[in-house]
Structure formats: structure tokens, C-alpha cells
Write a protein that binds this ligand. Structure first.
Ligand code: P6P
Length: 356
């Protein structure tokens, strides 16, 4: 097929898929996206499919957590120095086991694991991608039945041969090929992007399939939610306090309908803001001088989704996606959500740095 015919047929195929109003599942959506890349061998699509499968299993365990003895602490501490919950351990092992046999995966990194997991190089060198995940973000809330989530992202490896290296993971978020999360809440939703917008799929438990329920998600312009652990206010720096006060106590009519909402589970706070509009912040403070949240496992993937949905994410002085990671588990401050509020925060930080 010549290039021109292929371009026209791809356009036609994309238009037909976009206009198709029927039952679109995650599976059919991933396949349709794959078919827009005629030379694709389907390895990248396989990764997304497998994450979908693993998330359904994790979701089923989370939904039944109160009924089986998976609640509570696992009696282990992870690399972050945090008590591991039993569901953390299960989710982490499930994702590793599900993904490690894929021909395209050169390695994985998990928030729950100290180092990267190198997989044996494949003879045909298809091991093109590396995957990062936080298997169960917000897990400290598990016992209280609060929404929690899995966060994942995919980079193309930068090394060429043999086993992958840590450098394959230490790439700026701007180079991501895909990122997404699964939120285990009143329903289980798979939300992801491969760079062509953000799309949300709700699990139909009777069918066992994720169904396209939120095509092309965009962060609404209205900042409906201000989301932060406000007990840390006393530890924030001046521009952050000024930003918070402007939204919560200022006279700007733009914030007349803004409410404080904080779940303490980043995936849930982010997901709500993606749907309703809002800004989430976990700035550096005296307790967390470089921020609390992990760059590779939480901030970069969600920042990538935020930008795909018309939003933004910053440390205050640098876009999250432009940070060059130096350590696998490095943390960063983050303000993420509506572009308008993220820009306002950047400006307040700049004014402060210039002595205004
Ligand atoms: P704090 C959960 O442990 C987490 O990593 C994020 O999901 C969440 O946004 C944050 O920490 C909550 O932190 O200090 O408010 O409990």
C-alpha cells in the first residue's frame, strides 16, 4: 500500500472509530489506536492490555479486602520507609508477574522496590520499553475504604542492547509514551493516554470489560476544588501560603464556588479534579524539603495526563515534565490541575523570587 493510500485509509479508519457510537471496550480502543500505526507489531498495545488485566485482579482484591484477610499491614517496610499493606505487596507482585513475560518489556521499576527489575534480553531485541508503576497509591487509606489507585507509565528505553539500565528510567516525563491510572472507588476506572488525549473506561463487573465512558477527558476551566493537606500550611513557604490564601480567602470571584477537598489519595484527588476542575498541591515544606510525592511513580505520569487534558503541573519553578530525574525514588513538590491556577502559582513564586 503506498504512503498516500495508507494515510487516507488511516484517516478513514480513525474517523469511523471516533464516530462509532457502539460498545467500545478498552481492548477495542487499544487495538484501534494500534492500527493507526501500520508498522506496529502490537508489543506496546500488549503492555496496556496486560496492565488492564492486572488492574481488574487488583480491583477484585481491593473490593473484597474487608472480607478476606488482606487488610492491614504486611509486617514489612518498603524502600520509602513506609509500612507496606498486604494489598500493596499483592498488587506489586501481581503487576511484576503479569508484565515480565511480555516480549517488549526490558525492565520495570516499582515504588515498592528499591532498584529496577531487569528482564533477560530477548534474542530478537524487541525489549523496547520500560514500565514504572505505583501499584497501590494511597494504600494507607485501604482500611478506611477510601478510593486508592494504580499509577503507571511507559518509556522507550534509551540503552540499545542487553539488559536495561537505571538510565532507561531516569528520563524526563516529557518523553513518556503513555501514562495512566486505575482508580478503585465506587467503580473501577482505567484512565490513560498515549498522547492522543485522555480517555476513561469504567469496568462493567457483569461483563468483566472496561467500557469507554469518558472519551477525550478535559480539565474544566472552573477551579471547583482546592486540594491540599492544609495541616501542613504552617510549614509552607511564603508564595505557597499566598497562593492558598488567594484561592481560599481572597475576593477573586473566580473562586466563589471553590471548595476544599482532600482525600489523601493522590489518584482520587487527581481524578476528581480532572472531572470537576481544580488544583492539587503537595509543596515542599519543612517536613518534606524536596516534596513528599515521588517524581517517577506519581508526579510525572499524572503531570503527563494533566497536560494531555489541557491542564498543567509545576514545582513552582519548573514544569514537572521537564525535571531530569537523578534518582529512581526522588521526590518533588507539585502543584497540578487547571492551567489557570498552575500559572497563577508559577507567577506568585516568580514574584517572590524577584523580591516582590
Ligand atoms: P499526606 C499516599 O500515601 C500519598 O503518597 C498520596 O497518594 C497522597 O496524595 C499523599 O501521600 C498524602 O500525604 O501527608 O497528606 O497523608
Amino acid at each position: 500500500m503506498n504512503e498516500r493510500v495508507s494515510e487516507e485509509s488511516l484517516e478513514l479508519r480513525k474517523r469511523e472509530f471516533d464516530e462509532f457510537e457502539g460498545f467500545k471496550t478498552l481492548e477495542s480502543f487499544i487495538s484501534a489506536e494500534q492500527h493507526l500505526h501500520p508498522r506496529s507489531r502490537g508489543f506496546f498495545a500488549d503492555i496496556l492490555r496486560r496492565i488492564g488485566v492486572a488492574s481488574k485482579i487488583i480491583g477484585s482484591r481491593v473490593q473484597r479486602a474487608g472480607l478476606t484477610n488482606v487488610l492491614g499491614k504486611a509486617g514489612r517496610v518498603n524502600i520509602q520507609g513506609e509500612q507496606q499493606m498486604k494489598l500493596d505487596v499483592m498488587s506489586n507482585e501481581l503487576l511484576m508477574n503479569t508484565l515480565q513475560w511480555l516480549p517488549a518489556v526490558a525492565g520495570m521499576a516499582s515504588e515498592e522496590e528499591e532498584g529496577v527489575m531487569r528482564l533477560p534480553p530477548h534474542p530478537d531485541e524487541h525489549d523496547t520499553y520500560v514500565i514504572m508503576f505505583d501499584p497501590l497509591d494511597g494504600s494507607s487509606n485501604i482500611d478506611a475504604n477510601v478510593s486508592i489507585g494504580t499509577i503507571f507509565s511507559i518509556h522507550r528505553r534509551v540503552t540499545k542492547w542487553g539488559a536495561c539500565e537505571e538510565v532507561d528510567f531516569l528520563q524526563p516525563g516529557r518523553r513518556l509514551l503513555a501514562a495512566g491510572y486505575v482508580i478503585y472507588g465506587s467503580s473501577t476506572m482505567f484512565v490513560y493516554s498515549t498522547g492522543n488525549g485522555v480517555h476513561g473506561f469504567t469496568l462493567d463487573p457483569e461483563v468483566g470489560e472496561y467500557v469507554l465512558s469518558h472519551p477525550d477527558m478535559r480539565i474544566p476551566d472552573q477551579c471547583r476544588c482546592f486540594s491540599a493537606n492544609e495541616t501542613n500550611y504552617k510549614h509552607w513557604d511564603e508564595p505557597t501560603k499566598r497562593f492558598a490564601d488567594h484561592i481560599r480567602f481572597g475576593s477573586d470571584p473566580h473562586y466563589e464556588k471553590t471548595s476544599s477537598r482532600y482525600i489523601g489519595s493522590m489518584v482520587a484527588d487527581f481524578h476528581r479534579n480532572l472531572l470537576y476542575g481544580g488544583v492539587f498541591l503537595y509543596p515542599a515544606d519543612k517536613k518534606h524539603p524536596t516534596g513528599k510525592l515521588r517524581l517517577l511513580f506519581e508526579c510525572a505520569p499524572l503531570a503527563w495526563l494533566a497536560e494531555q487534558a489541557g491542564g498543567a503541573a509545576t514545582t513552582g519553578r519548573q514544569d514537572i515534565l521537564d525535571i531530569q530525574p537523578e534518582k529512581l525514588h526522588q521526590r518533588c513538590p507539585i502543584v497540578i490541575g487547571n492551567s489557570r491556577e498552575v500559572d497563577l502559582y508559577r507567577q506568585m513564586v516568580a514574584d517572590h523570587d524577584q523580591g516582590n
